[in-house]
Write a protein that binds this ligand. Sequence first.
Ligand code: UDX
Ligand code: UDX
Length: 431
Amino acid sequence: MASIAIIGTGYVGLTTGACFSHLGHDVICADVDAAKVARLQAGEIPIVEKGLDRLVDEGIRSGKLRFVVGAAEASKEAEFHYLCVPTPQGEDGAADLSYLQTAAAQISAVLPNNSVVVNKSTVPVGSTRVVARVLGRSDVTVVSNPEFLREGTAVADFLQPDRVVIGSQDQEAAIRVAALYSRIAAPIMVTDPVSAETIKYASNAFLASKLSFVNAIATLCEAVGADVNDVVLGMGYDSRIGREFLRPGPGWGGSCFPKDTRALARIAEDAGYDFRFLNEVLQVNEEQFDRTARKIIDSVDAKQAGKHVAALGLTFKAGTDDLRDSPSVEVLKRVVAAGIKVKAYDPAVLAGENQLSRVHPDLVVELVSDPYAAAEGAASLAILTEWDEFTWLDFDKLAEIMAGRNIVDARNLLDPSIPQRRGFNYRGIGR
Ligand code: UDX
Ligand code: UDX
């Protein structure tokens, strides 16, 4: 079993560290945030991620998972060094590599001989070379091993992946990294670093394109009177298309798709290729935010002028507490800008805490701790995230407490006949 340092203990780093310790490796996770490290040492999980608490608890008990402050502290004893720090979008659309470079600079002097440094964060094509240059260590190999972890199902995605991609110029280093996954049943693909980095961006940009396509089809369905749910079902039977990632919604978001799609367009531009297709994919997504917001604004009819909208769901999808680049937030910003008040509820965003205002200080909504508290006196109710509990809303109660009977279901979560039977006007996406 190997010794692994994880640098950056966020959604990606913490999952990677906990899963590697579950596979039997000795893992030390480092973070610059001392408060976060103290919580993790006490077995407290700072994020919502299914199954992660059990693995962290197991790792702490077995002694195979430890947490320290500072990258050098973790790296001085390890053989593998996973860089899992943020790579946010810089002002010009390109990924900002400063955290990655800082992390590499912090560990370069302490790396044991023949260490392997692994880029896990999504980094622009050519970043293994950037990290190698900052490290300045001829005995250390830098390898790309991109993550394909969906928040909310990240543990399952790590332990039962569709594939593991390893990008390395050095076959021996690639084999050593591949051995870390020997207990995982999945195809392992070894390629050069530039191809591995491109696989990551191309995968996310393809999935984002698929969603923009589906959302555009939903708009078409509204125009021609088709039902998008049946259309995507019919498409999904074709194994060349597949059933996954065909759910229309208020637009796609999250900490990866928007920044990775923009970054790929920028990578192409820098390489002399105008990847216009991606700009269109991004544009369709902006239009989807606009269109969803317009449905909500229009659902407040003149009789209810001055009444608020109840918004259910704030995170970028169900199963996570992550508010970064959330489509719900994008839509609600537009609704608020139209002069409509919003009371919002999300099971993973606690009222009374500053979780929302920290990430989105410019979104002015009243946060409440129950869907019915949001709906009380509301002109309209908008479902923006597909949390399971929204499927089970009590429409008799909603009919009693709401001022208006309008529902905008931006995730097509409900069977329309259920609210319609109680006299609600129902509007979904593409149906
Ligand atoms: C990050 C990147 O944003 C993403 O592009 C990449 O694919 C994977 O890594 P995520 O894990 O979601 O994703 O980031 P985040 O939850 O923000 O966690 C990053 C952690 O790194 C934080 O805990 C932060 O405190 C820590 N960090 C940041 C360091 O330890 N050192 C630094 O220099 C900067
Ligand atoms: C993504 C990648 O899927 C994952 O492989 C990794 O690279 C990190 O980035 P994540 O950001 O957690 O994962 O979210 P994902 O499940 O991919 O969803 C992204 C967005 O698409 C969300 O806003 C989600 O609501 C939306 N979506 C997804 C849809 O609107 N319809 C779908 O059918 C699927």
